[in-house]
Design a protein around this ligand. Structure first.
Ligand SMILES: Cc1cc2nc3c(=O)[nH]c(=O)nc-3n(C[C@H](O)[C@H](O)[C@H](O)COP(=O)(O)OP(=O)(O)OC[C@H]3O[C@@H](n4cnc5c(N)ncnc54)[C@H](O)[C@@H]3O)c2cc1C
Length: 399
C-alpha cells in the first residue's frame, strides 16, 4: 500500500539553503517539508568558514566588482536576524567573532594605504592602531598592518541547529536511490514516491526546490531538467588542532593584491575542547594539486612564514577535499548573487555563498508571491514520520 501525502513545497537538501528556505516558506504560511539523503549541513555548510562578508575581499582585485556590490548589504541583514529583528530569528546562533581582520606584511603597507583610502572603500575598512590589536597580533614579532573589515564569523553548527530545531517535524531522511519523480498528464513532475523501511509514500506538491549543493546535479539528471546547470570547484581545506591556540580570524594578504587571500583563518573549538585553526584561501585552492602530506607541509611553512612568533609544535594537522557547488550560468561563469532557475514545478537553487542565503530566500519567496503560489495543502506530517526517519545534524569536519 502506498501512503499519500500532500504539501505545498518539497525541498531536497538540508544545508544552509534548504533549512533557511524551509523556515522562510513555513513562516509565510506554506506547508513544506525537507528531504535529506545524508546528515543536515554535512556538505559545504559545515565545511564553510562561516564568514559573513560584505564583499571587501573582492575589492582586493583593485576595483569593487559586481560581486562586492551585491554582497555589501548582507552583514547588516544577518545582524538583524542575529538580534531577532530579521525575517529569520537567529538569536540562538553563536557568533564566533564579531570582527574579521586583514593582515598584510610591511611590503604592502603604502600600496594598501592608498588603495584602502580610495573613495569607494572609505569608511568600510579601518586600519587598527597597534595598541588595539587583538591578543595574537599584539605578540607579533614582524612588522605588519592589521585592518578591520565589516565582516564577522558565525558558528555554522549552531546556525544549522537553530534552523533545524524550529522545524524538527518537517525534516526527513531518505535513501540516495530510494525515490522516484512522477509526472502528471501534461508531463510535469508533480510528486515523488519514496521507499523507506519496506513502505512507500507518495508526496504530492505544488513546487519542488532542489537545494542539494553538489547533489543538485544528480537531482537535475533524475528529474531530466534541461535548463539548470551546475559546476563544482574543489578545495583542499587544512586544519590544525592544538591546545591553547589563540583565536584568530584573518585574511592574510600576499605580496600582491589578489581576489583570493594567501590564507584565510577561522578559529573553532572541537568537542574535546581543543582549539582548531581552519585554513582556507589560496592554500585551499592550490592544495587540490597536492597530496595530503604536501598540503600539510605547505600549510606549516606558510604559518611559520606569516606568524614566526606562533609555537605550533605538537599540533595535529589534517586536510580534506570538499567541492564548492555553484550554478553554471554561462560556460563555467558563476553568478555573483544567489541564484535559482525554474523549470516546470521545480526550482533549482544555489546560495553561491553562505552569506548570500538570505538573498536566495528573498528571491524564491518573491518569485512565489509573483506567481501567486498560494498555501493550500492542509498537511500533517505525523503519518509520514512513521515511515521516514528524521534527518539529523552532521558533525563538524574536525570532529
Ligand atoms: C571550504 C569552504 C569554505 C566556505 N567558506 C565560506 C564562507 O566563509 N562564507 C561564505 O559566505 N560562504 C562560504 N562557503 C560557501 C558556502 O559554504 C556554500 O555556498 C553554502 O554552504 C552552500 O549551501 P547549500 O545548502 O546550497 O549546500 P550544502 O551545504 O552542500 O548542502 C547540501 C545538502 O544536500 C544534501 N543532498 C545532496 N544530494 C541530495 C539529494 N539528492 N537529496 C536530498 N539531499 C541531498 C547534502 O547531503 C547536504 O546536506 C564555503 C564553501 C566551502 C566549500
Amino acid at each position: 500500500m502506498t501512503t499519500s501525502y500532500s504539501t505545498d513545497i518539497v525541498i531536497f537538501g538540508g544545508g544552509i539553503a534548504g533549512l533557511w528556505l524551509l523556515n522562510r516558506a513555513r513562516d509565510e504560511g506554506y506547508q513544506a517539508i525537507l528531504l535529506e539523503t545524508n546528515a543536515l549541513g554535512g556538505g559545504q555548510t559545515l565545511a564553510s568558514q562561516g564568514i559573513i562578508h560584505g564583499g571587501l575581499k573582492y575589492a582586493l582585485g583593485g576595483t569593487l566588482t559586481g560581486a562586492a556590490n551585491v554582497i555589501a548589504d548582507m552583514p547588516a541583514y544577518w545582524r538583524r536576524c542575529l538580534n531577532g529583528s530579521g525575517d529569520v530569528d537567529l538569536r540562538a546562533c553563536r557568533v564566533l567573532s564579531e570582527s574579521y581582520y586583514m593582515w598584510s606584511d610591511s611590503g604592502l603597507r603604502s600600496k594598501l594605504k592608498t588603495f584602502l583610502g580610495s573613495k569607494s572603500l572609505q569608511g568600510r575598512v579601518e586600519a587598527v592602531a597597534a595598541e588595539k590589536y587583538p591578543g595574537f597580533f599584539k605578540a607579533s614579532t614582524v612588522s605588519g598592518s592589521l585592518y578591520e573589515l565589516p565582516d564577522f564569523v558565525v558558528d555554522t553548527a549552531s546556525l544549522l541547529e537553530v534552523l533545524a530545531n524550529k522545524q524538527r517535524g518537517q525534516l526527513f531522511q531518505i535513501g540516495a536511490d530510494d525515490y522516484l519523480f512522477n509526472r502528471d498528464s501534461a508531463g510535469k513532475i508533480d510528486s515523488v514516491t519514496i521507499t523507506s523501511q519496506g513502505q512507500e509514500i507518495q508526496i504530492n506538491t505544488q513546487r519542488f526546490i532542489f537545494s542539494a549543493g553538489e547533489g543538485n546535479q544528480g537531482l537535475i539528471e533524475k528529474a531530466d531538467l534541461q535548463t539548470a546547470k551546475s559546476q563544482i570547484r574543489p578545495l583542499k581545506m587544512t586544519y590544525l588542532k592544538k591546545k591553547d591556540l589563540p583565536p584568530v580570524f584573518v585574511h592574510c594578504i600576499g605580496d600582491s593584491f589578489s581576489l583570493t587571500p594567501k590564507l584565510t583563518i577561522t578559529s573553532h573549538v572541537d568537542s574535546d575542547g581543543l582549539a582548531v585553526w581552519y585554513l582556507g584561501g589560496e592554500l585551499a585552492e592550490s592544495g587540490v594539486n597536492r597530496n595530503d602530506d604536501d598540503q600539510i607541509e605547505t600549510a606549516k611553512a606558510l604559518i611559520q612564514d606569516l606568524f614566526p612568533w606562533l609555537d605550533f609544535s605538537g599540533g595535529e594537522w589534517h586536510c580534506f577535499t570538499i567541492n564548492r557547488a555553484e550554478a553554471d550560468i554561462n560556460n563555467n561563469y558563476r553568478p555573483e548573487d544567489a541564484y535559482f532557475v525554474e523549470e516546470d514545478n521545480i526550482l533549482v537553487a544555489w546560495p553561491t555563498k553562505l552569506t548570500l542565503t538570505p538573498s536566495l530566500a528573498d528571491k524564491v519567496m518573491g518569485h512565489f508571491a509573483r506567481i501567486s503560489l498560494c498555501p493550500s495543502a492542509q498537511s500533517n506530517t505525523e503519518e509520514m514520520s512513521n515511515i521516514l526517519p528524521s534527518a539529523e545534524l552532521a558533525d563538524a569536519y574536525w570532529e
